[in-house]
Write a protein that binds this ligand. Structure first.
Ligand code: LMR
Length: 337
């Protein structure tokens, strides 16, 4: 590409686009917060036929917002049309968890949807399409996509734990009274569920005297091992309780962070958390989608290697492994029956 030549538009699919997260994320994408301020986009918005009018309304608003990077909006309830030629897919659509629903009920509803989306993805998307699964159970939905969209490289399928990662940064910032932008290198290990392990043991804060470990600054091991972990694990539920619906603006913003860092790269010296297919790193078995610390460069993620994991962390990390293996068994039974 010649230096000043404008970039060609890319196609970005958002499923569940008429929902709360969808409504929050489409203007962010169209303003360049996901793929950069010089990257024109065509938005493909998919939702169920009953939301067709609502989607038309969102399209009107996007036109009314006069967004220079936005080069087109497709609104549809047809999967084939929605997935056609897309370079990036943000999969938010799925059955939302309602009061009284067990996790297994949610798996049953959503893995079936993800099986169908997998075939649309591999049939219609661009061959190198990069996928982010937001809908719960996010890790297991990603696994179903991987299984049934084998034409898409496994490394192109990821799930969102950046929301949990950002929540961890937020809690450290609140606890220490420092700017959140000065906190980095928290880790969220595992499932996007209450078995996840938010780990601050490698996190640092930028201070006038250089970078300081969060462990030293907090100096309260009990807070880091108990309160911090449980606040982050339970934050989604706390937001649902307060708002009577699940997190939306933070989910949308974190999904943009996830894609931006994946595509444009993580800053030097820092990592982020992403749900990716395990390659066996840190003793996490292959064959599940697990959240790891990753760095990204030129559109490729790599798991950060060589971090020290103590006994406490190991036992927490295993809880999420066990839960994901159980979800996998349930999901496989459902999709193969
Ligand atoms: C969140 O983390 O906010 C959501 O995944 C919670 C949920 O169960 O919908």
């Amino acid at each position: 590409r010649v230096r000043d030549e404008p970039k060609q538009p890319v196609k970005v699919l958002v499923t569940g686009a008429a929902g709360q997260i969808g409504y929050a994320i489409v203007p962010m994408i169209a303003r360049g917060l996901m793929l950069g301020p010089d990257q024109p986009v065509v938005l493909h918005m998919l939702d169920l036929p009953r939301s067709a009018d609502a989607l038309k309304g969102v399209r009107m608003e996007l036109i009314d917002a006069a967004l220079p990077l936005l080069r087109g909006v497709v609104v549809t309830s047809d999967e084939a049309e929605a997935f056609k030629g897309v370079n990036f897919a943000v999969l938010i659509g799925g059955w939302p968890r309602k009061e009284g629903m067990e996790r297994n009920d949610l798996i049953a509803k959503n893995v079936t949807i993800y099986r169908s989306q997998a075939s649309a993805l591999q049939k219609h998307a661009a061959p190198n399409c990069k996928v982010l699964v937001v809908a719960n159970p996010a890790n297991t939905n990603a696994l179903v996509l991987k299984e049934f969209a084998s034409a898409i490289p496994t490394k192109n399928i990821t799930c969102l734990t950046r929301l949990d990662h950002n929540r961890a940064l937020g809690q450290i910032s609140e606890k220490l009274g420092v700017h959140v932008g000065d906190v980095k290198n928290a880790i969220v290990w595992g499932n996007h569920s209450s078995t996840q392990f938010p780990d601050a043991s490698h996190a640092t804060v930028r201070t006038e005297q250089g970078e300081k470990p969060v462990r030293e600054l907090v100096a309260d091991e009990k807070w880091l091992r108990e309160e911090f972990v449980s606040i982050v694990q339970q934050r989604g539920a706390a937001v649902i309780k307060a708002r009577k619906q699940s997190s939306s603006l933070s989910a949308a913003s974190s999904a943009c962070d996830h894609m931006r860092d994946w595509i444009l790269g993580t800053p030097k010296g820092s990592w982020v958390s992403m749900g990716v297919h395990s390659d066996g790193s840190y003793g996490v078995p292959e064959g599940i989608f697990y959240s790891f610390p990753v760095t990204c460069e030129k559109g490729e993620w790599a798991i950060v290697q060589g971090l020290q994991v103590d006994e406490f962390a190991r036992s927490k990390m295993e809880l999420s492994v066990n839960e994901l293996e159980e979800e996998k068994v349930i999901a496989y039974e459902l999709v193969s029956s």
